[in-house]
Design a protein around this ligand. Structure first.
Ligand code: SF4
Length: 370
């Protein structure tokens, strides 16, 4: 394990891989008259490519575009507004992840609402919501559940605990997202010319390599599953370029010690035991059929959306271009607000708030490169 770690950050290995990428990308450019375009689906890869300097080192060889895999960035404004609406009732305790606190809703953020005295709590683990509910039986505890297939099994585990404990004062506001529907949406919308995906590492642990076969089979699109260390990222990019040069489409699992063919069967079963595929609203995109998960009717008593009546204001339009950033249509510095009106101390959109957001990655690591 230690040896693998050493290799994945070894400067000589990384340098050789970087040179190989440059050469292959040059050949691609000669063949196609343009740079190869790869989308990093998840925010952790966006951050890792920027933090390691790989995006900057390859800016004249490979065009990387951000994808829709940052859970905070794709959570619809209506979900924040609904939490703010629910927090106004003094019988409620709203629980969520830290990044969600500063994401702007239509009029306020959750952190502003908390500052005005509302009981809104940041959790390090969703499991804490159960113990908060158990020790506040006179309150209604509502957990804002965001995230992809990595988080959904944990939310399912929360429901399992709530069922076993016969809880009556705990519910979840499901705002979860699924990877396959959004990748299909992007490919069918064809707003960006793509040559391959750097597939999400953590989600792939749950879903498994075989879950992506629709990409080459139905869309002629390649994908590589890779890790987050420099040599792992460069190895994945090299493999995508090999496929692009051969004009072949395939899924390559470059992280086989972590990601199996079929994924985590226990996590998959847990998800489908409590949730069904539901229509879901994505920030900057809109509603995509069957692109999220919600509670099955038999667990409706834990569904905050049906348990409470929430009246939200109309979604406020801003000049934030996160919707285009997460579809790979523009890079953050093309947003006129980037690093001017919008920066980490005053984020206007979620892509600048989230630790996995593309605008945040560009602001912290890439401002000097453009
Ligand atoms: Fe939105 Fe700010 Fe990014 Fe512009 S720079 S797209 S306003 S988060």
């Amino acid at each position: 394990m230690l040896e693998t770690m050493r290799q994945s950050t070894n400067p000589d290995i990384c340098k050789a891989m970087l040179e190989a990428v440059h050469k292959k990308a040059e050949q691609f450019q000669i063949n196609n008259g343009r740079l190869p375009v790869y989308m990093e689906v998840c925010g952790s890869h966006t951050m890792a490519l920027a933090r390691t300097g790989i995006k900057q080192a390859l800016k004249d060889s490979v065009q990387f575009v951000s994808g829709p895999g940052c859970p905070v960035c794709v959570t619809a404004q209506e979900s924040i507004d609904s939490m703010i609406g629910l927090a106004k009732d003094e019988r409620t305790i709203i629980c969520t992840f830290g990044d969600m606190m500063r994401v702007p809703g239509s009029t306020k953020t959750l952190v502003e609402e908390k500052a005005s005295g509302k009981d809104i709590r940041v959790l390090y683990s969703p499991i804490e919501a159960i113990s908060i509910a158990e020790s506040n039986l006179d309150k209604e505890v509502i957990f804002l559940g965001i995230g992809f297939e990595t988080t959904i099994p944990i939310l399912a585990f929360l429901v399992q605990m709530a069922v076993e404990k016969q809880m009556t004062n705990f519910s979840i506001w499901m705002a979860t997202k699924l990877v396959e529907p959004i990748l299909r949406y992007l490919l069918e919308a064809a707003e960006v010319q793509l040559d391959g995906f750097i597939l999400p590492g953590h989600v792939s642990i749950v879903l498994g390599e075989s879950s992506y076969q629709y990409l080459p089979q139905e869309y002629g699109m390649s994908g590589v599953i890779t890790g987050f260390e420099p040599a792992e990222l460069l190895s994945g990019i090299n493999k995508l370029l090999d496929l692009s040069l051969k004009k072949e489409a395939a899924i390559i699992n470059d992280h086989p010690s972590i990601v199996t063919k079929q994924g985590n069967a226990v996590a998959q079963e847990l998800m489908h035991r409590y949730f069904y595929n539901s229509n879901e609203a994505w920030r900057g995109i809109g509603n995509i059929p069957s692109s999220g998960m919600d509670l099955k009717p038999e667990y409706e008593r834990f569904n905050a959306k049906t348990k409470y009546q929430v009246h939200t204001v109309t979604v406020k339009k801003t000049k934030c271009r996160c919707g285009e950033v997460i579809r790979g249509m523009i890079s953050p510095e093309k947003c006129p607000l980037f690093a001017k009106a919008c920066h980490p101390l005053h984020p206007i959109g979620p892509c600048m708030v989230s630790t996995e957001g593309s605008c945040s990655a560009y602001y912290h690591y890439m401002r000097e490169s453009y």
